[in-house]
Design a protein around this ligand. Structure first.
Ligand code: MN
Length: 725
C-alpha cells in the first residue's frame, strides 16, 4: 500500500536476505502446526518469490517492502487460513508494484491463488470518498460483492490491519483519511464477518488517528482509574467464582477490559460521563455446553440481583453474524452494574474469530456444527435461500456471489450507485438524472468508450456522455433493467408522439381555417379558452392532439372558432354549449346519413364515427336509435344553419295512375317548384298504378313541402311520401 522506492538506509542486501531467511523459518514452524508439508513448501515458494520481487522497494518507514506482505500473511496464520490464502497474502502487492503479471502468478502458484491476488488488487484500486452513511454502506456492499470469495476480504482486512498498525509514518492528513475509512468501511465489515478481535483493534487504531486528542485524554483517564477498578473487579470475580464452585459448575471466569473506542462511543451515544461508563464492570463466563450456560445464569441471578429488562438470550436467537451468548446485567457490590456474558467455548470461538473460526478450530470435533452455523450466517449475510446446508465443501460456499441481485458502480465524482444486476449505462444515466438519461448518447466505463448496452460490473466507474439535442432511443427498451429507465424512456416516447400529434393537428386545423379566411395565428387565446371550455376538452393542446389523432374534425373546430371570432365574445357566451351548425358544405368532414337523408328543418342529431367524421341523422332515424345506444358519448348536438343557400338531397315516392305522360307531368311540376331531379326510377309493372322514385335537390323542409303540395295537385297522383330509406 505505501511503497516507496527510497534507498534502504542502514539496510544492506545481506542483512535483508538473512533477516528474511530467519522469518521464513519462523513461518514454517507456525504453519507446521496446521498445514501439510507440501502446502508449507508452496507457501515458502511464494515467500521467496515475493521477497525477490519486492527486493528493491521500501516502505515510507524505511522498512523493506516485503515486511508488509509478510506481516499480512502472519495475521492470516493467526486465523489458520489455508495455503492458497497465505500465498495470495504474500503475493498481494506483487502485480501492482513490480513487473510480474497476474498470468505469471497463475502459472507458478495456481489459478485460485491468482484469483485471490486479483481480487485483492481490485479492492485496492477502488477508493472511498464520500462520508455519507448510506454511501459507506454501499461501499461495504461493493467490496463484499467484488470479493466473491470471503478469503479475499480476509486478506484485505489483514492488509488493512497491518497498514493501520504502521500508520504513524504517514502524513497526518493521510493518516486521518485512512483511519476514517477504516472506521467507516473495514471495521464494520470485520464486525459483520464476526471477527471481533480484529473489529476492536481496527476501531482502536482508527480512533487514535482520527481523534488523537480525545484518544490521549481517555487513555490517561483509564490508566488513572485502573487501580480503583482492579480492587472492585477482584472482589466481584472472587464472588462469581465462589458461587459457581458452590453450584458444582466448571467454568472459566474473566474480567473484560473495556476498549477505548467502546467507552468513547458509549459516552457519546448515551451522553454518559466517563465515570458512568467506566463504572460498568464486564465479566465473561465460559462453560462446556449450552445447558450449563443457563445453570450459570441461575446461579448468578442468585448471587446478585439482576436488572430487569437487561437479560438477552442470544443463544436461542443468535445475532445476524452468528454471535451467541447469554447477556445479563446484575447489581454488584457497592451498587455498581455488572455485565455478564455467558457462553460455551465454541460460541466463544465464533465470537472472537467469526468466520475465521472455521480455519482456526479445524480439528475441533464440533466442526460440523460450527460449519453449519457459519453456513447459516453466510446465508443470512448473502440473503440467499439457494445454498443448502448439506455436506458440500465449505470453501465452495465461500465462493458465493454475496449480493446476487445488485451491482455497485461509481459516478465520476466518486458517488456509489447501487443498481440491479444486469444494468447498463442507460440505467445508470437515468439513475443519476432523467435529463442525463434522455440526452445520453455514449458512455465511458473505466475511462474507455463502451456501447450503451454493456452490462455494468461491480466497481465500474461510469461516465455518461450527453448531447443537448439527443433523444432516447426506443431500442434501449430492449435492454434496460431498471423500472425508472424503462418508464422514463416510455414517457419520453409517448410525449414525443403527443407532440407530433399536436403539430399535425395544428396543420390540419390551419388548413381547415383557410377557406374561412382565417389563419391559425389569428385565433387568440381568449377564443381558444372559450372553445376549450365549451367542447369539454382540457386544453388547447388536447384539442390539437385530438385533431391530429383523428378524434376531432378540423373543419368543425375551424368553423366553431370562426363563429367565435365573427360573432364576438357576447354571442359566444349566449351560445355556449350550443350545437354545431350544419351548413351542408363541410365536404368530407360532415356527412348527411344516407339512411335518412336529413334536410334543413328536420330535427337532427350528429354521431361521430371513426374514420367517417360527423354523420348527421334524423333525430328519429331507426339506425341510430338502435345501434347508437351504446355509444352515447359520441353523439353531438347539431343544428341546421339558417338559409345556407345550399341544396340537399331528398327522396320521394309517388304512386300514380299508370298512364302515358305521368312522368313528364311530375317532372315538370318539380322543375316549376325550383328543384332539380337527381335521379329517378319506376316500377316496370303493367298494373293500374305505378310507383315513381325521385331524388330531388331541395334547400330545406319548407321547400320540399312546397314541392310535395304541387305534386299532389296532379290528378294522376294518388299518394306521395318522403322516403327515408
Ligand atoms: Mn498491501
Amino acid at each position: 500500500m505505501h511503497a516507496a522506492a527510497s534507498p534502504p538506509g542502514s539496510q544492506t542486501p545481506q542483512a535483508y536476505d538473512s533477516e528474511f531467511a530467519l522469518q521464513l523459518e519462523k513461518l514454517r514452524e507456525l504453519l507446521g502446526t496446521y498445514l501439510r508439508a507440501e502446502d508449507i513448501e508452496r507457501v515458502a515458494e511464494a515467500f521467496r518469490f515475493s521477497a525477490e520481487a519486492h527486493k528493491d522497494q521500501f516502505r515510507i518507514s524505511g522498512d523493506p517492502y516485503f515486511s508488509h506482505p509478510l506481516a499480512v500473511a502472519g495475521i492470516l496464520t493467526g486465523w489458520h487460513l489455508d495455503a492458497q490464502a497465505l500465498m495470495a497474502a504474500l503475493l498481494h502487492d506483487v502485480t501492482e508494484d513490480t513487473e510480474i503479471t497476474p498470468a505469471e502468478i497463475g502459472e507458478r502458484f495456481g489459478k485460485v491463488t491468482a484469483e485471490l491476488v486479483d481480487g485483492v488488487s481490485k479492492l485496492d484500486k477502488i477508493e472511498f470518498q464520500s462520508i455519507e452513511d448510506a454511501q459507506a454502506e454501499n461501499f461495504r456492499k461493493m467490496l463484499l460483492a467484488m470479493a466473491r470469495d470471503v478469503r479475499v476480504i480476509l486478506i484485505k482486512l489483514a492488509d488493512r490491519l497491518h497498514n493501520m498498525r504502521t500508520l504513524d509514518t504517514l502524513r497526518p492528513d493521510k493518516r486521518r483519511r485512512i483511519a476514517r475509512e477504516t472506521l467507516e468501511i473495514y471495521a464494520p465489515i470485520a464486525n459483520r464477518l464476526g471477527l471481533n478481535n480484529l473489529y476492536r483493534e481496527l476501531q482502536e487504531l482508527a480512533f487514535r488517528h482520527v481523534w488523537p486528542l480525545r484518544y490521549r485524554v481517555l487513555s490517561k483517564a483509564i490508566k488513572a482509574a485502573r487501580g480503583n477498578r482492579r480492587e472492585v473487579v477482584g472482589k466481584i470475580l472472587a464472588g462469581i467464582k465462589a458461587r459457581l464452585a458452590e453450584a458444582g459448575i466448571e467454568a472459566e471466569v474473566m474480567g473484560r477490559e473495556k476498549h477505548l473506542y467502546g467507552i468513547y462511543r458509549k459516552m457519546r451515544g448515551k451522553s454518559l460521563t466517563f465515570s458512568q461508563v467506566l463504572d460498568i464492570y464486564g465479566f465473561r463466563v465460559i462453560v462446556r455446553d449450552v445447558p450449563t450456560c443457563y445453570l450459570v445464569l441461575g446461579a448468578l441471578h442468585g448471587l446478585y440481583k439482576p436488572v430487569p429488562g437487561k437479560f438477552k438470550d442470544y443463544i436461542a436467537i443468535p445475532k445476524g453474524n452468528g454471535y451467541q451468548s447469554l447477556h445479563t446485567t446484575l447489581i454488584g457490590p457497592y451498587g455498581t452494574p455488572v455485565e455478564v456474558q455467558i457462553r460455551t467455548t465454541e460460541m466463544h470461538h465464533v465470537a472472537e474469530a467469526g468466520v475465521a473460526s472455521h480455519w482456526l478450530y479445524k480439528d475441533d470435533k464440533s466442526l460440523s456444527e460450527l460449519q453449519q452455523r457459519t453456513h447459516k450466517w453466510l446465508q443470512s449475510l448473502l440473503e440467499l435461500q439457494s445454498a443448502s446446508g448439506d455436506s458440500a465443501e465449505f470453501l465452495e460456499h465461500l465462493k458465493i456471489d454475496l449480493f446476487p441481485g445488485e451491482v455497485y458502480v461509481f459516478t465520476p465524482k466518486g458517488r456509489i450507485l447501487p443498481l440491479p444486476r444486469g444494468s447498463t449505462p442507460v440505467d445508470f444515466a437515468y439513475a443519476v438524472h432523467t435529463d442525463i438519461g434522455n440526452r445520453c448518447i455514449a458512455c465511458r466505463i473505466n475511462h474507455e468508450l463502451m456501447p450503451l448496452r454493456t452490462e455494468l460490473r461491480n466497481g465500474d466507474q461510469v461516465e455518461v456522455i450527453t448531447a443537448t439535442h439527443a433523444n432516447p432511443n426506443p431500442a434501449w427498451l430492449s435492454y434496460v433493467k431498471t423500472g425508472k429507465a424503462r418508464s422514463q424512456i416510455r414517457h419520453f416516447l409517448k410525449t414525443t408522439q403527443q407532440e407530433e400529434s399536436v403539430a399535425l393537428g395544428e396543420r390540419l386545423l390551419a388548413q381547415a381555417l383557410r377557406p374561412l379566411d382565417l389563419s391559425f395565428e389569428r385565433i387568440g387565446e381568449p377564443v381558444w379558452d372559450k372553445f376549450v371550455l365549451e367542447c369539454g376538452a382540457k386544453s388547447k393542446t388536447e384539442v390539437l392532439t385530438d385533431i391530429g389523432l383523428g378524434k376531432r374534425l378540423p373543419a368543425i373546430v375551424a368553423r366553431r372558432l370562426a363563429e367565435r371570432i365573427e360573432k364576438g365574445e357576447a354571442a359566444v357566451e349566449a351560445r355556449a354549449q350550443g350545437p354545431i351548425l350544419i351548413r351542408g358544405s363541410e365536404g368530407m368532414a360532415v356527412q348527411l346519413a344516407h339512411c335518412c337523408r336529413p334536410i334543413p328543418g328536420d330535427p337532427i342529431v350528429g354521431v361521430i364515427k371513426k374514420g367517417q367524421g360527423l354523420v348527421v341523422h334524423l333525430a328519429d332515424c331507426p339506425s341510430i336509435s338502435i345501434r347508437g345506444r351504446g355509444e352515447r358519448g359520441k353523439w353531438v348536438d347539431v343544428e341546421w344553419e339558417r338559409d345556407s343557400g345550399k341544396l340537399f338531397e331528398a327522396a320521394i315516392k309517388i304512386e300514380a295512375e299508370n298512364r302515358r305522360g305521368v312522368l313528364a307531368k311530375v317532372a315538370a311540376e318539380i322543375a316549376e317548384a325550383g328543384s332539380n331531379i337527381q335521379h329517378v326510377t319506376m316500377d316496370d309493372e303493367q298494373g293500374v298504378y305505378t310507383s315513381l322514385y325521385f331524388t330531388l335537390q331541395v334547400s330545406n323542409r319548407v321547400h320540399l313541402a312546397r314541392i310535395l303540395r304541387a305534386l299532389r295537385a296532379i290528378p294522376e297522383v294518388v299518394r306521395i311520401a318522403r322516403v327515408r330509406e
